[in-house]
Ligand binder design. Structure first.
Ligand code: NAP
Length: 320
């Protein structure tokens, strides 16, 4: 497994061997087959989201049920299951998990897609359908459209009938995003606020989904139509600085929210329904998630470096 003994850059990540424990009441022992790497793992490692030390890393994986703790009735030995969220520690070949955090993986979904994209897929689900309900014909702006969440969410928003403007940080990523966005803006080479105003004939967009954070926050507010919704769901470029609520009035009586997946999967029913909706979208083929890069578990540090350097596209996986 990968553990850290202090916060820091990717050099703090160590590959260690530990004895396996027996599953306790309500727990399941998983033999993991593939592990997802998410941007939040870098916040846990760096200390932006502090952890008690020493700590594992990772919040998402797919695996096979190896042993059942007392009282677990929803799963049986050999079931293929996945999880996304909860306590850290997914960067491991075996893991004990509370059974109520697991979902069954449908036969049509590969281990790689389940492990590498369930968290991003469930995030796209709640962002587009529950944080702000995207409607047919609405113009929306999604930042980092070639990233893990971005690829899934933009494809899904298109299926919901939205007109999707996606931003990206390179021409290579622009070529990828243009396959599923109506308009693509390279925000490194052009002013995305001006481009959004041009595309919308000055009206602005109904909603901005912003996982980039510090670098795009102000510009995102300037892209919104009056009474538009700013959904700040991540900090890839650093956290959004503190701001005066009055700015929301000045820029058009805007709404602002800072959601997290955990609050949209609070109950077992919400978790199962959110995962099922995502798996359905993939099975039906209108969301085609891409594993852009994969690494051996022991090379997890390299995955973190590539994420921070913006060298990745789509989702990122660790092979067990
Ligand atoms: N709130 C939630 O429930 C939730 C759940 C999942 C993920 N998230 C957030 O969603 C965002 C996307 O997550 P992801 O795992 O799918 O990552 P990702 O989009 O695959 O990677 C992050 C992307 O952000 C862009 N970016 C812009 N400025 C950056 C900078 N200074 N440093 C690094 N990247 C920068 C890069 O794309 P370009 O090169 O195209 O700019 C980069 O590829 C993250 O902020 C994550 O924390 C939030």
């Amino acid at each position: 497994m990968i553990r850290i003994h202090s916060h820091g850059n990717s050099s703090v990540m160590q590959f260690e061997t530990h004895a396996l424990a027996e599953p306790q009441k309500g727990e399941v022992l998983l033999q993991q087959t593939a592990i997802g790497v998410n941007y939040i793992d870098t916040y846990h490692r760096s200390g932006l989201y502090p952890l008690a030390m020493p700590s594992g890393l990772g919040v998402e994986a797919c695996g096979v049920v190896e042993a059942l703790g007392e009282g677990v009735t929803e799963f049986k030995l050999g079931d293929r299951v996945a999880y996304a969220g909860g306590a850290v520690g997914a960067y491991a070949s075996y893991r004990l998990m509370p059974a109520d955090k697991l979902v069954l993986v449908p036969a049509k979904i590969s281990d790689e897609i389940a492990a590498g994209t369930l968290l991003r897929g469930m995030t796209a689900q709640y962002l587009l359908k529950r944080t702000f309900r995207v409607h047919v014909g609405q113009v929306i702006l999604f930042h980092a459209a070639a990233g893990g969440v971005g690829q899934i969410a933009c494809q899904w928003a298109r299926e919901l009938g939205a007109i999707v403007i996606g931003t990206v940080g390179s021409d290579e990523k622009a070529a990828i995003a243009s396959q599923y966005c109506d308009h693509v803006i390279n925000y490194k080479t052009s002013n995305f606020v001006e481009r959004v105003r041009e595309i919308t004939a000055g009206k602005g967009v109904a909603v901005v989904y912003d996982g980039v954070g510090a670098d795009t926050f102000e510009g995102s507010l300037d892209c919104l139509a009056p009474r538009g919704m700013m959904v700040s769901f991540g900090n890839a470029s650093g956290p959004v600085p503190a701001f005066e609520p009055a700015i929301l009035a000045q820029k058009g009586s805007l709404f602002f929210t800072r959601p997290t997946l955990g609050h949209y999967t609070l109950t077992r029913a919400e978790l199962v329904a959110t995962a099922a909706d995502y798996f359905h979208a993939v099975s039906r083929g209108f969301v085609k998630p891409v594993i852009g890069q994969s690494y051996a578990l022991k090379d997890a540090a390299k995955a973190h470096q590539d994420l921070a350097l913006r060298n990745t596209q789509g989702s990122t996986l660790l092979r067990v």
